[in-house]
Design a protein around this ligand. Structure first.
Ligand SMILES: C[S@@+](CC[C@H](N)C(=O)[O-])C[C@H]1O[C@@H](n2cnc3c(N)ncnc32)[C@H](O)[C@@H]1O
Length: 424
């Protein structure tokens, strides 16, 4: 099987790399992870944007795990400007077979019709356009991206517009696409984390896009109950037209046409909502809990702070006043589990999971009659990283931040395995 040379964009602490390539270092046998196939990460990029740029802790973790100079620590936009102008190629290799990355959901609208602009005129700082540029330059055969599932419905004023722009860009570059919203807990992982995975292939072979939803690369890795029917739609080949018109008026407004699964080729989309079909083992939060002797005392919540945690997690319906406007309103929210149940998968880890302050969204567990927060080693494992992966000298708060940003490593692993068995 030929090596699949991978470029990892927005690499964070290397979730895609671990999932695809695995980990095998004599210095760290405890981090051993199996590879998904003959994947080799030949280039990676990670840069913390302004505000945090002095704290390149994710990049430092990446380099300490994968070796010095394994990851370029520069804004991807600058990297590509340098590459295109010939100033500095930043070591980007000639051949890249696959591009992977998790990136934020932003506004993908464009300002000018293709006929009037030299290239696509997307908003500055929107990372999709850097991915698009990378694909245009390197033409990798495969692409695997991860994003929040909100991407399929954004923006609120034109539901689905941004994803339609993305699909249109892929089609213009010659890619056929599959996507799926995967809730990792439904496939046995110990964390509930719902993310959209987008797999694209540069191909001239005709895809049966409707069939592909049930038997494509993603659904072979994450099986679904075969859908009874799918919707079909055609999207414009000009992102400006999509910006102006997609779901902008008429009966479709308010609801995205994109379901939780779909496939697209040549601007024609098949899509539907699907349900999982998994019968394997189910892991839970309790499976990643470390022994009490590995939990520093500061992680235990003092008795006098417990009421505050209980209040924040509890249901409420109360009068509140907006401090700026003086406007009074009723605030209501339901209750959350207190403590988090060890017999269930955890809730989604967020970047704010670290720090000792009481919070509605941080996890709190009860072990041997005491309440405590989750330690970073547990957060690593909830994302499927080896225990201690982010223990590279950064603070516990930064470790939690990195895990809130990362992905469930087992997801690209399973997709990579399927890609290899089906196509290598
Ligand atoms: C969603 S996280 C991806 C995490 C990664 N998949 C992992 O396993 O850790 C996105 C990453 O992109 C990085 N990033 C944001 N803007 C960037 C830019 N302009 N250039 C390069 N990296 C950027 C962030 O620092 C963050 O670590």
């Amino acid at each position: 099987m030929d090596t699949i040379k991978v470029a990892e964009l927005f690499a964070g602490v290397g979730g895609f790399r671990l999932g695809l390539e695995g980990y095998d270092s004599p210095d760290h046998p405890e981090f051993h992870m199996p590879s998904a196939g003959p994947f080799q990460t030949v280039w990676a990029n990670q840069w913390e944007p302004p505000g945090n740029e002095s704290k390149q802790f994710a990049w430092r973790c990446y380099e300490s795990r994968f070796g010095e100079s394994s990851c370029v620590n520069e804004d991807i936009n600058k990297v590509l400007n340098d590459y295109e102008s010939g100033i500095n190629d930043h070591g980007i290799p000639e051949t890249i077979d696959m591009v992977v990355g998790g990136f934020p959901c932003q506004d993908y609208s464009v300002a000018k019709p293709l006929s009037q602009s030299g290239g696509i005129d997307g908003k500055k700082g929107v990372l999709w356009w850097d991915i698009h540029r990378f694909l245009s330059l390197k033409k990798p055969r495969y692409v695997l991206l991860e994003n929040v599932d909100r991407l399929l419905k954004s923006p609120a004023s034109q539901r689905g517009r941004d994803f339609a722009i993305m699909l249109s860009c892929f089609a213009s570059l010659g890619y056929a696409v599959e996507w799926r919203v995967i809730n990792s807990a439904e496939y046995g992982f110990p964390q509930r984390r719902k993310r959209v995975y987008i797999f694209a292939e540069l191909t001239e072979a005709a895809w049966d896009t409707e069939k592909r939803i049930a038997d494509g690369v993603i659904s072979s890795a994450f099986p679904i109950v075969a859908p009874e029917s799918c919707r079909s739609l055609e999207i414009s080949d000009d992102p400006y037209v999509i910006t102006k018109t997609f779901n902008a008026s008429g009966s479709g407004k308010g609801k995205s046409p994109f379901g939780t699964a779909g496939s697209m080729q040549n601007f024609v989309v098949s899509t539907c909502d699907v349900i999982e079909n998994y019968h394997g083992e189910h892991k839970t939060l309790g499976d990643v809990i470390v022994p009490p002797n590995e939990v520093p005392e500061e992680y235990y919540v003092p008795e006098d702070k417990l009421d505050r945690w209980r209040y924040l997690k509890g249901s409420k319906s109360e009068e509140r006043v907006n401090k700026q406007t003086g406007f009074a309103y009723r605030y209501s929210e339901g209750s959350m589990a207190f403590p988090d149940l060890l017999g269930n998968p955890s809730r989604t880890i967020l970047t704010g999971e670290g720090g000792s302050g009481a919070s509605r969204f941080k996890h709190i567990i009860e072990v041997e009659g005491r309440f405590r927060r989750l330690v970073p080693d547990e957060l690593d494992q909830l994302q499927g990283f080896p225990k201690g992966w982010t223990d590279t000298g950064m603070s516990d708060g930064h470790r939690a931040f990195c895990m809130g940003n990362a992905l469930v490593v087992g997801v690209p692993h399973a997709i990579g395995k399927m890609l290899c068995s089906a196509r290598c």
